[in-house]
Design a protein around this ligand. Structure first.
Ligand code: CTP
Length: 400
């Protein structure tokens, strides 16, 4: 079988050296990679490095090997173009359709999926000019990965770091796996909650649950690959941010509710994959609760937390918004699921059977997705991403 053809565009930022690792991962996993650096990027990593690592010729200008018409051929033949790092200048040139070097020509002739992994200083990323260019590229179906937060060049920190090459590779792999047709969430904003809330008792203790957040993260990654704009609201997962999603952190059920309501104002779909504590301690002790010799511990009084899923479903922020819930059940799984779907008022409910060793923390999952229209889709035991893709298939079918 022919190897998938990937064009790795490299623009002129200090993070160019990290693209060497991305290139290595792509070639080692059986991709034929053609590196197209910009002239400016050669100040950071030279053409000899790209040529040696890719095993392919490297050029930056359209004036080399003109008889092969590289400015058209490279883009036409590609199965995927990934630009990493993508500087603010690169995003601007791509958004405006400039064609002043080989990489921008390639971007205009490519009809395959295109992934941009931006890296720049926070001020440049946040500038309305860059943000509008990113919005333009996304509207056209490109995947623009959110930059990571952390140490930038020099001593400053903020949003703008190139995401981990492993994360960029994962996005590429997923986008490639779904092929060029998989743009079915392009232009959609999806909001996903993941993880488990923690309800504090005192400064050192909390009531929590065993949700790992992995299913929610799989939903976020697959939605990015299908070109959605993704807001991931995470509660206590400790997982690395998935590339391409905007991550919002929430610790407690009350914080999660606030974050979900805010993000869902313009969402097309809200997926509540988080395990939200139904109850929280009625009182929070500002000092550590101490044991006292000879005394029984004081009972903990609990109060109800808001039901976020029911609230979002009952009060849709925009017409046609879809709401997806999850149900963790130990007994009478389907009957309880049907009843919960009705009670919560959502469009789809993913019903999991849980137990000591099932689902929590595992990489795999098995579920039945119930629809408010009576639909029932069984998803066999398999990777959490397969279940995630089934959820998006059912969601996009409902968008019509
Ligand atoms: N959920 C929520 N807010 C809560 C509790 C749960 O939004 N306070 C959401 C979860 O994110 C999940 C769904 O509701 O999508 C189902 O959660 P589950 O705990 O299974 O349902 P409960 O409402 O707790 O019902 P029961 O107590 O009958 O199990």
């Amino acid at each position: 079988m022919e190897k998938p053809r990937v064009v790795l565009g490299v623009s002129g930022g200090i993070a160019a050296y990290k693209a060497c690792e991305l290139l290595r991962r792509l070639t080692e996993s059986g991709h034929d990679v053609r590196v197209v650096p910009t002239e400016a990027s050669l100040n950071f990593v030279g053409a000899a490095t790209w040529s040696a690592l890719s095993g392919n010729p490297v050029s930056t200008e359209v004036w080399e090997s003109v008889h092969e018409v590289p400015h058209v051929r490279i883009g036409q033949a590609a199965d995927l173009v990934v630009v990493a790092p993508a500087t603010a200048d690169m995003l601007a040139r791509a958004a405006h359709g400039l064609a002043d070097d080989l990489l921008t020509n390639t971007l205009l002739t490519a009809r395959c999926p295109v992934v941009f992994a931006p890296a720049m200083h926070t001020e440049m990323w946040e500038h309305p000019a860059t943000q509008e260019n990113v919005a333009t590229l996304r509207r056209r179906g490109a995947v623009v990965i959110e930059p990571a937060v952390g140490r930038l060049t020099g001593v400053d920190t903020g949003k703008g770091r190139l995401p981990d090459p492993g994360e960029i590779f994962e996005v590429c792999r997923r986008v490639l796996a779904r092929g060029p047709g998989a743009r079915d969430l392009a232009g959609r904003h999806v909001v996903i909650s993941a993880g488990g809330t923690r309800e504090p008792l005192d400064p050192v203790r909390y009531l929590g649950n065993r949700s790992s957040g992995k299913q929610g993260y799989a939903l976020a990654r697959t939605a990015v690959a299908r070109r959605a704009r993704v807001t991931l609201i995470e509660a206590n997962t400790g997982l690395p941010d998935p590339a391409g999603a905007d991550v919002v952190r929430a610790g407690t059920a009350v914080q999660l509710r606030e974050a979900v309501l805010k993000a869902s104002a313009d969402a097309d779909v809200v997926v509540m994959a988080a395990a939200v504590a139904d109850f929280r301690p009625a009182a929070y002790a500002s000092g550590k609760i101490k044991k006292k010799d000879g005394q029984e511990p004081a009972p903990i009084t609990l109060v109800r937390n808001p039901d976020i899923l029911a609230e979002v479903a009952a009060d849709r922020a925009r017409p046609g918004q879809l709401v997806v819930g999850f149900a963790a059940e130990t007994d009478d799984v389907l009957a309880n699921g049907r009843e919960k779907l009705r009670r919560k008022g959502c469009d789809l409910l993913v019903v999991n059977e849980v137990g000591e060793r099932r689902t929590f923390g595992s990489e795999e999952n098995e579920a039945v997705v119930l629809g408010s229209d009576g639909g029932e889709t069984a998803v066999p035991y398999g990777p959490k991403e397969a279940l995630a893709d089934t959820v998006w298939d059912l969601v996009t079918a409902r968008f019509g």
